[in-house]
Write a protein that binds this ligand. Structure first.
Ligand code: C2E
Ligand code: CA
Ligand code: CA
Length: 714
């Protein structure tokens, strides 16, 4: 029974509504096929019909005959017979997309009762399908465009440094942060390729990186450091993470997230320079000097030659500092350095190895005469008064000469020269002594001290002094550093520089360190119990590399903390960079374990040690202590200020609390405040002091009588 006209209309109307709700091409075709099936079944009487969709790109045996049928002038529907030799009749209608190209065919196989109006229905249905496909495509494009816009605006407004590039490295879009970073406007950059800005030597690496993530597929990333040309023509180091979002709808780019590494790089370069050269005089410093001495010794070890070190130490230099000030002292050292430079031959090395000490490495030439001549010339040139800013200084020096050859280390040679200089001082100053073996008796005396030190640790003569750590902005005491002192029954109060090196050389630093930690933790717990300090207050204890290397380090520290009853959050351990860098994997594992207990870690003397800052982010640090030498020079000029600022910024970027050490003047404090440094310690606030004095300071702070601090000292 042919379907009535009204029924067919109903089917078509329902189909139209359903097409409106279909979400995509698959949905649309499903609705359409259901409708075709219903209409065809009605038009075929009871005979079975098959309705299906054949995509245009499918090459089926039917395609040829569909096309042939359509060629006969019919647009949407054409009767066909199967082309595979088997009998078959039916209708085919083509579906086109909005641009007019064929999407596929709606095919109905089976006997269709003539005059049922089926061909017209099929044609109508195809038009509906085409419209629905068109609408879906438009909607899809709209969504795409919108999401693309949303994504772009995300990028545009992001404070992160994003660049979107295409597979061929063309720049598609960049966030303002990148514009700012390269000081380049959007319109100047978009359309160019990223390679237009990359250093020629880094192009290969960059291409390889992009190839890698393209190969890796969706979401794969790679990190790369490379140089980028800035507007001012300079090359700077950039570190980028490249992520493959090429197949991501709406992004279809490689997303490059970058940061400027030049701050870190420059600081690194500067620190390396400092590691080798003395800031004041520009001469090689102690480490470079020792390196050169070692080289010279290695060279003479092949033949029977000798190397000499001439050491020169000003007599009573402290008097200059005390009567004319440190600045005058510095100028005097500079002038002396310039004079000394005039008397050394080009293949000898002169270095400023510390304080008021200079050293000259004499290699080659006739020995010992050559070295003695150099020493005599140095002595004479300093005999003449040195004039600095119209002030005339008459300085005198004590000098020591030591000779060395095959089998000797640079350190030994320098130590011998040092012993000779000490002898010159002992014998009346203003003279030159040559090292003799008897001078080693001094060393023997030191061994005596080692026995003494062992006894002292047992007798509890080593105790911590405490130096307040202060909030830069508010002046509030937020913690303290424990600094070891030796209360010697005969010698009185002995300072760390006189026994820490000995303690380290003999391994006594280990029991001593435990004692200092125990006393410090016990004190801190006690202050807390008395209500003198709050919970954020901490005590910071120095750890020597030798301690960190011990297998039982973590266990010992946990035990001390547990037994003292201190909150682990109130304990900070200070390690130096070089300390953490020795056996770095082991050290990091140990520091991580300590952190798991709740202890925090401070990086002590930052800037003076190992200068590969790339390690810095790997170390589990909480606090960065900027070394006093940087704070000292900060007031000197712009350059120094920049370095301290870089350090503070670097600290902030790694989420570290920065602490400035050795603050002595109000001016330094103001600068630190401006640069964003949050905490400091130094004589400006207070010197390290015995526990009884520190308790008074805490009590005074508690009473709000901060002014009482001025009176305290050690
Ligand atoms: P450090 O850890 O860098 O300690 C800071 C040093 O700077 C302390 O010297 C402190 O008194 C001094 N200081 C603080 N503020 C100022 C200032 O404004 N001006 C000046 N000129 N100096 C200031 P100290 O107490 O003589 O200690 C020297 C070093 O001995 C320490 O340097 C540390 O490396 C070592 N040390 C001290 N106690 C211990 C300890 O218990 N264990 C270990 N392993 N080392 C310790
Ligand atoms: Ca320290
Ligand atoms: Ca320090």
């Amino acid at each position: 029974m042919p379907a009535g006209g009204s029924e067919r209309h109903k089917v078509l109307a329902e189909c139209a509504t359903m097409l409106l709700h279909a979400e995509n091409r698959e949905g649309i075709l499903e609705v359409a096929l259901n409708a075709v099936q219903t209409l065809a079944a009605a038009a075929s009487g009871d005979d079975p019909v098959v309705a299906r969709f054949v995509p245009a790109e499918a090459s089926s045996p039917f395609t040829a005959s569909f096309l042939e049928a359509l060629e006969r002038g019919m647009d949407h529907a054409a009767p066909f017979s199967r082309g595979d030799g088997e009998e078959g009749t039916g209708f085919v209608a083509q579906v086109r997309d909005p641009s007019g190209s064929r999407v596929g065919f709606l095919v109905v196989e089976g006997p269709i009762v003539d005059g049922s109006g089926f061909v017209g229905d099929l044609r109508n249905l195809c038009i509906q399908v085409e419209m629905a496909l068109h609408a879906a495509e438009v909607a899809d494009a709209k969504i795409r465009e919108r999401s693309e816009k949303v994504f772009r605006s995300l990028v545009k407004n992001s404070s992160d440094q994003y660049t979107l590039i295409s597979r061929d490295l063309a720049i598609r879009s960049l966030s303002p942060a990148v514009e700012k970073m390269v000081e380049n406007r959007h319109e100047q950059v978009v359309g160019k390729t990223i390679l237009d800005f990359v250093h020629p030597d880094d192009v290969a690496d960059l291409n390889a990186a992009v190839d890698e993530i393209v190969e890796g597929g969706k979401g794969s990333t790679v990190k790369l450091e490379y140089r980028v040309r800035y507007d001012d023509g300079t090359w700077r180091f950039i570190e980028s993470v490249f992520t493959n979002h090429l197949d991501e709808p709406h992004i279809e780019s490689i997303v490059v997230n970058s940061r400027d590494n030049s701050m870190r790089r420059n600081l690194e370069k500067e620190l390396v320079r400092r590691e080798m050269f003395d800031h004041l005089t520009g001469l090689p410093n102690r480490s470079l000097f020792l390196e050169k001495a070692a080289l010279a010794l290695a060279r003479v070890s092949h033949r029977r030659g000798q190397v000499a070190i001439v050491l020169l130490d000003f007599d009573d230099f402290q008097l200059v500092n005390d009567s004319f000030g440190h600045a005058a002292g510095d100028e005097l050292l500079k002038a002396a350095a310039a004079k000394l430079e005039t008397i050394v031959r080009s293949d000898d090395t002169i270095a400023h190895i510390g304080g008021d000490e200079f050293a000259i490495l004499v290699s080659g030439g006739e020995m010992p005469r050559g070295a003695e001549l150099v020493a005599k010339r140095a002595f004479d040139v300093l005999e003449d008064p040195i004039v600095v800013d119209t002030t005339q200084y008459n300085v005198r020096v004590s000098m020591g000469i030591a000779f060395g050859g095959s089998g000797m280390t640079a350190e030994d040679l320098l130590r011998n020269a040092d012993l000779a200089t000490a002898t010159a001082k002992k014998n009346g100053k203003g003279r030159i002594e040559v090292f003799r073996d008897e001078m080693h008796e001094e060393v023997v005396r030191k061994l005596h001290t080692a026995t003494d030190l062992r006894r002292a640790i047992g007798d509890g003569e080593i105790e911590p002094f405490f130096q307040p750590i202060v909030n830069v902005g508010t002046g509030e005491i937020i913690g303290c550093e424990a600094l070891a002192r030796w209360r010697h029954p005969e010698r009185g109060l002995v300072q760390p520089f006189e026994f820490i090196p000995l303690a380290e050389a003999t391994g006594l630093i280990v029991p001593m360190g435990v004692e200092i930690l125990r006393k410090s933790c016990t004190q801190c717990a006690d202050w807390r119990k008395q209500g003198l300090v709050g919970s954020p207050f901490y005590v910071s204890v120095n750890v020597s590399p030798i301690q960190l290397q011990r297998d039982d380090m973590v266990e010992v520290v946990s035990t001390v903390i547990r037994e003292s009853g201190v909150d682990p959050k109130s304990v900070v351990l200070e390690v130096t960079e070089s300390c953490a860098m020795q056996h770095i994997e082991e050290a990091m594992e140990r520091l991580d374990q300590l952190k798991r207990i709740g202890i925090r870690i401070a990086l002590d003397d930052f800037g003076t040690g190992y200068s590969s800052l790339s390690y810095l982010s790997r170390l589990p640090m909480d606090i960065m202590k900027i070394d006093k030498s940087f704070v000292d020079r900060m007031t000197g000029g712009n350059e120094e200020l920049k370095i301290v600022k870089t350090m503070i910024d670097l600290g902030a970027s790694l989420d570290l609390t920065t602490l400035a050490e050795g603050v002595e003047e109000e001016g330094q404090l103001a600068v630190l405040n401006r640069l964003g440094c949050r905490s400091y310690q130094g004589y400006y606030f207070a010197k390290p002091m015995p526990v009884a004095d520190f308790v008074e300071v805490l009590a005074a702070q508690k009473k709000g009588a901060a002014s009482a601090l001025a009176a305290t000292s050690n």
